[in-house]
Design a protein around this ligand. Structure first.
Ligand code: FMN
Length: 386
């Protein structure tokens, strides 16, 4: 299928599957253990119904919304995804550039391939930075300094990775950290010539460019990934997150909160916002979906914390449901990645365009011409019975 023919995110998903070697696709696609969590993220959204209101003037519709004092053109942005330069070279820069063009936020992963400095050039007004702390405190402090120095305004700390989860696809494919492309993967890759040519043309494994500064000069991409995998995911505590909050002058977001008690803790340490997220089903297979936790967390925190959400968003209607239930903003992980994998930068644009068009259609259909007009009255939740 050609990119122009893609009608929905599922089309981009299928195109990504064709483009990538199996091991790389599995890395993007996979969750942990039985992947119940991934399936649940999508079925949980599908269980909600939207109740339309008719005879409303919807001729002019706006998707603009404000977040942390800024107006964005759409109520969704791009979530951080690490190591995705292997799927498409320059993925983060393409996502950043398209986020800037669409006037939406892009969160650069702390395990990205492109560096903080390079990626920021593509989205100087729109890039947030997600820190993955290093076991070397000075590395973490330096990454924060680098983000601050280039002009990043919002720091995101991911807390739902207390350890490396058991992603069985990766274990089976021999695709564990540090990642390396084994012989089997390379042989299978020969059946995905587009990807393979790009891989060879670019000299093999992409570097983790941000972390390269902390490894000896002249280190190979594999040596840098080894360093990253040995230093990523140090033990974290609320005290440390509090210290980071105090050091960071801008907006401070915690990503991966799933319990109302942790949301209340986040308020205590002065957090500006949280992303309710189960990491797209990649960390705890039996975690609830973020959409089912959203109303519970909203009830606990009220307006004291900006609530954002990701995990399982594949349709404009998912975004509408999340906004109706109290999320101020929504992020997409795989949906926008599928676009980038399927078609490079135009593919990222395509994914954003698809979600925008679906969002617009659903808002028009339910009689909600603005984001501010969305609210819980539009939603029939699974718990309301038949
Ligand atoms: C390939 C991949 C890599 C990811 N890497 C990171 C990461 O480096 N940091 C992080 O906070 N979340 C990471 N995530 C989780 C996403 O930020 C997001 O929470 C998740 O993808 C949302 O679910 P969705 O894919 O169903 O939209 C990753 C997700 C994927 C699919």
């Amino acid at each position: 299928m050609r990119l122009e023919k893609a009608v929905n995110i599922e089309d981009l998903h299928k195109m990504s599957k064709r483009y990538l070697p199996r091991a790389v696709f599995d890395f993007v696609e996979g969750g942990c253990e039985d992947e119940i969590g991934i399936a649940h993220n999508e079925t949980a959204f599908a269980a909600y119904r939207l109740i339309p209101r008719y005879l409303v003037d919807i001729r002019e519709r706006s998707h603009e919304t404000s977040l942390f004092g800024r107006t964005y053109s759409l109520p969704f942005g791009i979530a951080p995804t690490g190591g995705v330069g292997l799927a498409r070279r320059g993925m983060e820069c393409m996502q950043a550039a398209e986020a800037a063009a669409a006037n939406i936020p892009f969160i650069l992963s702390g395990a990205s391939n492109s560096s903080i400095e390079e990626t920021f050039k593509h989205a100087p007004q729109h890039m947030w930075y997600q820190l993955y702390a290093s076991k070397e405190l000075k590395d973490s402090e330096d990454m924060i300094r680098r983000a601050k120095d280039v002009g990043v305004g919002t720091l995101v700390i991911t807390v739902d990775t207390p350890l490396r989860s058991r992603r069985e696809r990766n274990i089976r494919n021999g695709f564990t950290s540090p990642r390396s492309m084994g012989l089997g993967t390379m042989l299978e890759a020969a059946t995905h010539p587009g990807w393979l040519l790009e891989y060879l043309r670019c000299g093999g494994e992409p570097y983790h460019e941000t972390w390269r500064a902390y490894v000896k000069a002249g280190a190979s991409a594999y040596e840098v990934s080894t360093y990253v995998s040995q230093h990523l995911l140090p033990p974290q505590s609320w005290d440390e997150i509090h210290r980071l909050r105090q050091q960071w002058p801008g907006k401070f977001v915690i990503k991966g909160i799933m319990s109302p008690a942790d949301a209340l803790k986040a308020i205590e340490i002065g957090t500006d916002g949280i992303v309710i997220s189960n990491h797209g089903g990649r960390q705890l297979d039996r975690a609830p979906s973020s959409i089912e936790m959203l109303p519970i967390i909203k009830a606990a925190v009220g307006d004291r914390l900006t609530l954002m959400l990701d995990s399982g968003v594949r349709r404009g209607s998912d975004i509408v449901i999340a906004l109706c239930l109290g999320a101020e903003y929504v992020f997409t992980g795989r949906a926008t990645l599928y676009g980038g994998i399927a078609g490079g930068r135009p593919g990222v644009k395509k994914a954003i365009d698809i979600l925008r068009a679906e969002l617009d259609a659903v808002m028009g259909q339910i009689g909600a011409p603005t984001i501010a007009s969305l609210g819980p009255d539009f939603v029939r939740s699974p718990s309301s019975g038949q």
